[in-house]
Ligand binder design. Structure first.
Ligand SMILES: [Zn+2]
Length: 117
């Protein structure tokens, strides 16, 4: 039920943005989900449809983009991002060492909300 709590948080952000813009209706929500997140897009949309009923965000579509994980190299401090799909070892593009710390890739973020005024 992880998605339910996340979807409630997303709806809150969306409704606040809609209110600020005096939106009549929210059309699309652009959401970015980290590649390492276990959030399922179809569940978010399903919960959203349920939670948003009766609000300005009713029937809004959630467009999901995936963001790649970000790393910090322990050896040289280089910050970089790289997809982990099909990758066994992450190496720093600057110094080639493989001791890197994961700094992002599990988060989600509402990028923007497309509305009808
Ligand atoms: Zn490095």
């Amino acid at each position: 039920m992880h998605e339910l709590a996340v979807t409630e948080a997303i709806l809150e952000v969306v409704l606040r943005a809609a209110e600020q813009e005096s939106a009549r209706r929210v059309v699309t929500i652009n959401l970015t989900i980290g590649e390492l997140s276990d959030l399922k897009e179809e569940w978010i949309q399903r919960y959203f449809d349920h939670l948003a009923r009766g609000t300005t965000a009713e029937n809004a579509r959630i467009a999901v983009a995936t963001s790649v994980p970000t790393f910090l190299c322990d050896a040289c401090g280089e910050k970089f991002s790289r997809s982990l799909r099909g990758v066994e070892r992450v190496e720093c593009p600057a110094c080639g060492r493989s001791s890197c710390t994961l700094t992002g890739g599990m988060e989600y973020r509402v990028e923007n909300v497309e509305i009808e005024e």
